[in-house]
Design a protein around this ligand. Structure first.
Ligand SMILES: Nc1ncnc2c1ncn2[C@@H]1O[C@H](COP(=O)(O)OP(=O)(O)OP(=O)(O)O)[C@@H](O)[C@H]1O
Ligand SMILES: [Mg+2]
Length: 445
């Protein structure tokens, strides 16, 4: 470890004191001293590296073969870009109870079946609690080493003795190092523990999987630097009402980002779903429901958007969105008013994306407009139709990317009528209604 010396520096004049003092003897300013940690550079890993490193020509550098181990869960492998990379550090974040420990234990079960040594470190649960879960998941008979501890030093010691291929750390917020005085879960500890684990992974070729809790704001508790330190960051999101869980890669040094994997939480653990439609009861023929395929990474999903347009009782009509951007809704309403002549000024408008999904792309603009007009005029839309296109401020409806995937997924889900801004070749028999601009599109209602 690097030697650290604390010193106190006056922020006004730069006077250095070995201890904190209230008034600067040099410039007489009050409460201007701030602690700065002095690290003896000669003894740090970074210090040594700076002294030894020499530039080399890129063409002389030999490439590394990234050794990937498939996890045996195709949905997880897809998110990882083919499997776990040896010596890499993976962070899995998610809200409490979403299923982080479940997927980690299932993964440990599969890896240990292939005679790979897995060390499961639990700072949250006792070995007995883990045993209960492993009985439920059917991995109790597997050779998984369980270590129930809150100390990083215990983990490092266990690594020396057991020489595991994989370490699972559940969770980073419950493990602390003796090097720092602060409690587990503080910014300093989270950073320090992660840094030590990254060092371990790179020097020994151990693959480390870290579980991270997510705060209410949706960020992994601890600093953003945690995400910078690791190679891959996966987030677990969920639709609690249906038990559907989505695993999303937000950072991946060895594969694509924004890929998603789909799972369903059952009493036997997480089941993989190859396809899923976030659509409620198809037979319900109410006005204001529209289906639209949206892309999540390289996959398309058919989701349902709902609009409710009702006369307002307020001085200013209410506009509310669940799963869609409110500013974008306001823009679409302005286009519908100005270019389509739809008078929505006296109506409250609510948008809901069914199944707790979030729409972050513009391809659903046309579907949102269709849902609004359908509810406003109280005319249901054929549940076997879809609307795809981006609406511009000029009222022009623009084509969007990945049309092939969107059409295929919609077709699989029973959609046969497509309202699109462009002519599209598709090898199945479908009906295409061209919607080039907003006023032409409104003619269909
Ligand atoms: N017997 C069961 N049958 C079905 N689902 C269950 C059962 N037991 C637990 N679950 C599901 O597993 C979830 C808990 O999973 P898990 O413990 O893996 O979550 P976690 O993300 O690790 O939570 P935490 O942040 O609290 O550690 C529960 O929310 C529930 O949905
Ligand atoms: Mg857990």
């Amino acid at each position: 470890m690097a030697k650290k010396k604390a010193k106190y520096v006056c922020q006004s004049c730069g006077y250095v004191s070995p201890g904190w003092i209230g008034k600067c003897p040099e410039c007489n300013s009050w409460s201007s001293f701030v602690e700065e940690i002095q690290v003896d550079a000669a003894t740090t890993a970074i210090g040594k590296r700076i002294a030894k490193a020499k530039p080399v020509s890129l063409k002389d550098v030999k490439g590394l073969e990234t050794e990937r181990t498939p996890t045996g869960m195709p949905e997880l492998d897809q998110v990882l870009g083919g499997g776990l990379v040896k010596g890499s550090v993976l962070l899995v974040g998610g809200e409490p109870g979403i299923g982080k420990s479940t997927i980690m234990l299932q993964c440990a079960g599969i890896l240990s079946r292939d005679r790979l040594k897995v060390l499961y470190v639990s700072g949250e649960e006792s070995a007995a609690q883990l045993r209960l879960r492993s009985d439920r998941l059917g991995v109790s008979e597997n050779e998984i080493d369980i270590l129930s501890t809150n100390s990083l030093e215990d983990v490092l010691q266990a690594c020396e003795e057991e020489k595991p291929d994989y370490i699972i750390l559940d969770s980073i917020q419950t493990i602390a190092s003796d090097d720092l005085n602060s409690a587990a879960g503080t910014v300093g500890q989270v950073k320090h523990v992660t840094y030590r684990l990254v060092e371990l992974a790179k020097s020994r070729g151990i693959t480390v999987m870290i579980v991270g809790q997510v705060t209410k704001d949706g960020y992994i508790a601890g600093p953003k630097v945690l995400e910078h330190l690791v190679d891959t960051v996966l987030y677990f999101e969920g639709d609690y009402s249906r038990g559907v869980r989505i695993l999303r890669s937000v950072k991946n040094r060895f594969g694509p980002t924004n890929e998603v994997g789909l799972f369903e939480m059952t009493d036997k653990g997480l089941l993989e779903l190859s396809s899923y439609s976030f659509v409620d009861d198809r037979a319900d023929n109410s006005a204001g429901r529209v289906f639209v395929p949206v892309m999540e990474g390289t996959r398309a999903f058919l989701i349902e958007v709902q609009a409710l347009v009702a006369p307002t009782f307020y001085q200013f009509p209410k506009r509310n969105c669940m799963g869609f951007d409110l500013n974008r809704l306001n823009m679409l309403l302005a286009v519908l008013e100005k270019k389509g002549g739809v008078n929505l000024a006296g109506s409250d408008i609510y948008i809901n994306v069914a199944g707790g999904m979030k729409i972050t792309e513009t391809s659903a603009d046309l579907a949102i407009c269709a849902a609004i007009v359908s509810s406003f005029r109280d005319r249901p839309i054929d549940p076997h139709s879809t609307f795809i296109g981006e609406v511009g401020l000029t009222g022009v409806i623009r084509p969007v990317s990945n049309m092939g995937s969107r059409l295929s997924e919609s077709y699989k889900m029973g959609i046969r009528k497509y309202y699109l801004p462009e002519k599209v070749e598709f090898d199945k028999t479908i009906e295409i209604g061209l919607s080039i601009n907003v006023s032409k599109f409104l003619d269909m209602f």
